[in-house]
Design a protein around this ligand. Structure first.
Ligand SMILES: *Cc1c(COP(=O)(O)O)cnc(C)c1O
Length: 430
């Protein structure tokens, strides 16, 4: 059924570590081989063997319009005809920065980069430079790309500063990173009491989606805003996923919180590599060449990538888009909940806007520790069963499913039906 995928994977393993260019794509967590894709069309992915799948990965978030949206493709085409890169400014970058600031006013000044990882790395450097402090606080289960300082295992208690989550990251670096349980005010308070004058920033996904979707508790974000201000630390929202996903103004608009710095990526590139960081002008003015904090990029603000991003945002700004996403996502959530109730299964569905996770646990989910209670073996069976029914879900329990504007109500109904069949199948044969 997937012979060509299999053959490509054999070849890939010879020349690419693990056969993939980003680990989760290998589908190891769901005990499968990766699928090699040929093309995408609206809500569908088509693999190299000609199989078609309804896609909820959306390239891990960017494709909120679905695959190969005609207006995005047209902009990419016209931009590439004018030349692929100049290594010099273009008006498109100005337009992108203005567009970002228009929708996310806390980003008074914006620097474009090539990925979310670059955005968070650069924002950290800047926060440390601005405050003259070294220590940073992050939260267990929040992912901020693979920059050294942020690759830190869940800290076990406050006294222990970060242990690197990967070989090759010096402990001297992660020693400055404190990873705390998400949604835990007292852990944050304790950290500030102990190290307050040394903490440069708190960085977080305002609505974490990289441990599956775990919404913040009421008041948690405003508490972080208040405590960082009190101790002179910066608050950094990593909105690489939530930016333009949960609304044009990101999570910060929905929660009414103004972070000092914000990181963007994914949707603002419309499927091409773009990231951005920005925030208060007095902080951003430290970035070279205006200030001394070095950060650069050969392809930063690339005209083709920025064109794809601008075209995507233009589509999103049309009336009714987020309402449509909400309707579809709510339909999916309610459908899954009905199925779980009908089958008498205790599993949990979390949703925030068009991001959703079905967790194979009966536990109340507040932080990463809770998420770890999930039955990942069962999730693997579920993923395989869904694939068999032509639905491509993120190949890990700890990810968000993304609903796009290309999905139809019919697609959602089919998905709910497939979920019911799959759950019946895997619960019958445990
Ligand atoms: C994807 C992601 C990143 C990293 O972005 P890349 O483009 O993969 O480097 C950073 N932060 C969050 C919240 C993300 O979801």
């Amino acid at each position: 059924m997937r012979l060509r995928s299999h053959l490509f994977f054999q070849r890939a393993k010879e020349v690419i570590p693990g056969g993939v260019n980003s680990p989760v794509r290998a589908c190891k967590a769901v005990k499968s081989d990766p699928i090699f894709f040929e093309r995408g069309e609206g809500p569908y992915l088509i693999d190299v063997d000609g199989n078609r799948y309804l896609d909820y990965v959306a390239s891990w978030g960017p494709l909120i319009l679905g695959h190969a949206h005609p207006n995005v493709i047209a902009e990419v085409y016209f931009a590439s005809k004018r030349g692929t890169s100049f290594g010099a400014p273009t008006w498109l970058e100005v337009e992108m920065a203005e567009t970002i600031r228009k929708y996310i006013p806390s980003m008074e000044k914006v620097r474009l980069v090539n990925s979310g990882t670059e955005a968070t790395m650069s924002a950290l450097r800047l926060a440390r430079a601005f405050t003259g402090r070294k220590r940073i606080i992050k939260f267990d289960g929040c992912y901020h790309g693979h920059g050294d300082s942020l690759l830190v295992k869940s800290g076990s208690g406050l006294a222990t500063f970060g242990i690197p989550a990967s070989p090759g990251v010096p402990e001297e670096l992660t020693a400055h990173t404190l990873s705390l349980p998400f949604n835990d005010r007292s852990a944050v308070e304790e950290a500030f009491q102990k190290y307050g004058s040394e903490i440069a920033c708190v960085i977080l996904e305002p609505v974490p989606a990289n441990m599956g979707v775990i919404p913040p508790k009421e008041g948690f974000l405003s508490f972080l805003r208040e405590i960082t201000q009190r101790y002179g630390a910066l608050l950094i929202f990593d909105e690489v996923i939530t930016g333009f996903r949960v609304g044009l103004g990101g999570a910060q608009e929905l929660f009414g919180i103004k972070p000092d710095l914000t990181c963007l990526g994914k949707i603002i590139g419309g499927g091409l590599p773009v990231g951005a960081y920005g925030g208060r002008a007095d902080i951003m003015n430290l970035v070279a060449p205006q200030g001394p904090v070095y950060q650069a990029g050969t392809l930063s603000g690339n005209p083709i990538a920025v064109s794809a991003g601008l075209a995507t945002i233009r589509e999103l700004a049309k009336p009714g888009t987020y309402e449509k996403l909400e309707t579809l996502s709510n339909l999916l959530e309610m459908g899954i909940k009905d199925v779980l109730r009908d089958l008498g299964l205790p599993y949990k569905v979390t949703r925030f806007a068009s991001m959703l996770t079905l967790f194979f646990t009966s536990k109340e989910l507040v932080n990463f520790q809770d998420v770890l209670s999930c039955d990942t073996e069962k999730f693997a069976l579920f993923w395989q069963g869904m694939l068999k029914r032509g639905i491509y879900l993120p190949p890990s329990q700890f990810e968000a499913w993304f609903v796009s504007l290309a999905h139809s109500e019919k697609d959602i109904e089919y998905t709910i039906k497939a979920i019911k069949e799959t759950l019946e199948e895997i619960e019958r044969n445990p």
